[in-house]
Design a binder for this molecule. Sequence first.
Ligand SMILES: O=P(O)(O)OC[C@H]1O[C@H](O[C@H]2O[C@H](CO)[C@@H](O)[C@H](O)[C@H]2O)[C@H](O)[C@@H](O)[C@@H]1O
Length: 402
Amino acid sequence: MTKKNVLVKESGLEMAINMAVSNSSIFTTAAQKPPSVPGGYITISRKKLLQNLEINGGTRINSWVDSMRASSPTHHKASHSLADDHSSWMLQHPSALDMFEQITKASKGKQIVMFLDYDGTLSPIVEDPDRAFMSDAMRATVRKLARYFPTAIVSGRCRDKVYSFVRLAELYYAGSHGMDIKGPSKGSNYAKSAQSVLCQPASEFLPMIDEVYQILLEKTKSTPGAKVENNKFCLSVHFRCVEEKRWSELAQQVRSVLKEYPKLRLTQGRKVLEIRPTIKWDKGKALEFLLESLGYANCADVFPVYIGDDRTDEDAFKVLRDRGQGFGILVSKIPKETNAAYSLQEPSEVMDFLRRLVEWKRLSLRRQFRMLRRAVLDDGLLTKLDKAEPIITVQDAEMTCA
Ligand SMILES: O=P(O)(O)OC[C@H]1O[C@H](O[C@H]2O[C@H](CO)[C@@H](O)[C@H](O)[C@H]2O)[C@H](O)[C@@H](O)[C@@H]1O
């Protein structure tokens, strides 16, 4: 390699683990090539990277811990170079609220389909994952959104768990990082509509995931604050409440378990280590699957919008970038490497954006309805309205008055 700097697409943690599994070069082709999209990638010197990823057990754990630190907002804030870069990052990933007009203009004549991550997007990040409730105001907003646009929740959580927080039967749900997809439930009965399960590509891993869950519970017992969450087709090991000086111990515990399970891989979220099957399935694949299920597989007239805050959401942002359709919105207060086009700072801004989208759609439907009505009246065709080809459905018309 002759280049002085390399682009780091994966976190140091993922790279360390990939090395442990494959023992191959850390400089993959993908990692060397910047994407042909504006900005968002952080460069670090090759020397530093090599120091960080020294191939011996001890230093490898250090790189895990560095990566765990990097997922902490407080550590990001302390980094002057990132803080200084905030305004240039915002130029590359402007606020979706500031760009609202441009966004709606770009969607003109296309069907918007909404994909929403849960934690950190619809609900604020809290210490206890079992108490990450979304507000009633956010729920009401998402309910309205789903009346106007097909809407899916795409989460790392177990699907039933995320449903228990959202409680809107009319949505699509993709739990376990997209490995458990279910369509809207008829008659608002989520629990009874097992027939609407659409896709579970990792079902053969269920016994293994349960086994590893039990082992991790036992292994991490000695680390105060560590919490293992069973997300059905994947697992989360939380370190938000673990003292930083014990992070390396926790990383070591997880690593020692995973050594025995080469069919499982590790990724990282916000103060959480995510363990999942090595199958080629992620939130990006779930997005593609859902678009296909909705009948938009090879359709140019679709405009998917994906909003998420996490590294795992990057797979979906990338799919949209590669397809050149719609775009991703990263929820973050700090500059992050991302394939999203736009940004929002926090869940309250997500709610503002969704509300504006609902209002914009409502008004544009009303405008279309009035134009149609005027055209009919002008032509003296009012009595023939019932026989006319419906340009706007009765439901659309009702919604303009809602
Ligand atoms: O894909 P998501 O819906 O964003 O789920 C990703 C993980 O979210 C949850 O953990 C995160 O939120 C917790 C509650 O705010 C927080 O305590 C934790 O530190 C965050 O990582 C969830 O608990 C995980 O299972 C999900 O994988």
